[in-house]
Design a protein around this ligand. Sequence first.
Ligand code: 1GP
Length: 244
Amino acid sequence: MRGFNEKIEDRSKKRFALLVDPDKYNDRSLDQLIRHINQDPPDLLLVGGSILFKPIDITITALKLGTKLPVFIFPGNAIQLSDRADGILFLSLISGRNAEFLIGNHVLAAPHLNRTGIEVIPTGYMLIENGRSTSVEYMSNTRPIPASKPEIAVATAMAGEMLGMKIIYLEAGSGAARPVGLDVIRAIRKHISLPLIVGGGISSIESARNVYEAGADLIVVGTVLENQPSLISEFCALRNELNR
Ligand code: 1GP
């Protein structure tokens, strides 16, 4: 499936991705999630997390069998690989200065990805400060970009675009108290032409609307749907409304 890249490059539409952290679901809750997904489908499914106790293969297989959506790996590190996925967001943590997350994990993963042939999407991944420490920050041993310095975020996103990234992903951190600041999203939107993904801390329809209106092409929602999967249809309704 080569769908995701074409879809995401079509910036005329707003999109909604659901992030599934395999550790947060058991067989029963995953079945329930799949039922909600099929009632009102998001545009794609992402699977991964900063640290995982369960192999991602099992969750990816269940999502592939239970839904018709593209499933992409959202890897926390180079061991989160699976040939059952349609593709992978090949995240380079360009907001940080840790070579392992800029290129080291990619070198480890490249032979495996080459063998499996799944779609690889070069993604400039930027962690934006959010008032408290996040799993990404700790696990990647990097510092986020200060929320009060949109100019640093803009320059980082510009550099990502110049380096050939296909997407920029602005991350507040999973379960963040609030999403990436709207001023940061707006400033980046003004200066780059790549598709913009925004995730972390989007926990209400209102915050999703604000993030879309600030310039996000695709929003990623995970944590809030773990306990309230029925909200999927509300996020879909918002996306549909904005695409009308
Ligand atoms: C995390 O951006 C994703 O990497 C989603 O965040 O779990 O807070 O929705 P939430």
